[in-house]
Design a protein around this ligand. Structure first.
Ligand SMILES: Nc1ncnc2c1ncn2[C@@H]1O[C@H](COP(=O)(O)OP(=O)(O)OP(=O)(O)O)[C@@H](O)[C@H]1O
Ligand SMILES: [Mg+2]
Length: 295
């Protein structure tokens, strides 16, 4: 067995006022593996991504569990060393390419900063690498693009720039948080194909967050299905499609948006299923509280 590159183990987070948002989430991503994290809006997918990078909002606290990257427990590190440890090994592709880029800076430093600060490259070296990366993500006239500001690029171009920036320091893990939802349908397909291509070329492990089961089938090998901050099912993608175990997964499958209509998000489940899910979550919480008070 290979050791997982990303190892999230029993992670629970809550609002400081009380409500639990993640319920003992465990997700493992092996080196080079593409793992899907699927769930409806509000399930806690972005919360998991933020926990990996140590950027949870202040209003949220970690109750238990650990996140390990390349075998090292991130919670055991202090902030500075942790940031540089993560920066060398993992990168993030966000949902909204506009807010992720600094509007007042040209594209060049937004790609080269991490090469210079994390890998210690000289400016010229970093620039050459940025040009090569822009070529890889199929941006024409990369010399010109490096001098532009984010608002001078289309949404698809901006996402290509962010993909280039994510791969720049050769991370061994990329977390992509619904990287295409902000884009037009035709552009979505191109960006998905690009992410798949870059992932395969670089052999990077990928945690791919999405609403879209069609994308899961195309891109991912393993998957976690999240409901109300709880992983209700975890399996190979093949098994998930052929033999979904949990009623919620089966409901998702029945409502699978088509790959050619990726803008449709997951349909809500039936009232009976929602009631069963609410009971399951309440039982999980009751068992958890009991264990905490007695243990
Ligand atoms: N800064 C915050 N403070 C308090 N609660 C938050 C905060 N951010 C998110 N939440 C809550 O945490 C839960 C999980 O949110 P999260 O953003 O992880 O969902 P998601 O699965 O990424 O949804 P989406 O598909 O819409 O992006 C939601 O109930 C949300 O309301
Ligand atoms: Mg989200």
């Amino acid at each position: 067995m290979t050791a997982p590159y990303l190892d999230i183990e029993g992670l629970s987070v809550a609002l400081r006022e009380g409500a639990r948002l993640l319920r003992r989430v465990s997700i493992k991503v092996n080196p080079g593996e593409v793992h899907a994290l699927v769930g409806e809006s509000g399930a806690g997918k972005s919360m998991i991504a933020r926990a990996v990078f140590g950027i949870l909002p202040n209003s949220i606290e970690i109750l238990e569990g650990r996140v390990a990257l390349a075998g090292e427990d991130l919670n055991a590190m202090s902030q500075g060393p942790r940031r540089s440890f993560i920066g060398k090994r993992a990168a993030f592709i966000p949902q909204d390419p506009l807010t992720a880029l600094n509007p007042s800076r040209r594209i060049e430093p937004q790609i080269t900063d991490r090469l210079i600060h994390i890998l210690g490259m000289k400016t010229n070296e970093a620039r050459a690498r940025a040009l090569a990366l822009l070529g890889e993500v199929k941006i024409a006239e990369p010399e010109r693009v490096l001098r532009l500001y984010p608002h001078e690029l289309s949404g698809g171009m901006r996402q290509r720039v962010l993909i280039a920036a994510a791969f720049a320091a050769e991370p061994r893990l990329i977390v992509a948080d619904e990287p295409t939802t902000a884009l037009d349908v035709t552009v979505q397909k191109q960006i998905l194909a690009l992410i798949a291509d870059m992932q395969a070329r670089h052999g990077t492990a990928l945690l791919f967050i999405t609403h879209n089961l069609g994308v899961v089938a195309k891109l991912c090998q393993t998957a976690s299905v999240l409901y109300a901050g709880k992983v209700v099912e975890q399996a190979s993608v093949r098994q998930l499609f052929e033999k979904p175990q949990h009623a919620y997964t089966r409901a998702l499958m029945a409502a699978t948006p088509r790959y050619d209509r990726p803008d449709e998000s997951l349909k809500p489940a039936s009232p009976e299923l929602l009631a069963a899910l609410a009971r399951e979550v309440a039982d999980t919480d009751a068992a958890w509280l009991k264990e905490r008070h007695h243990g």
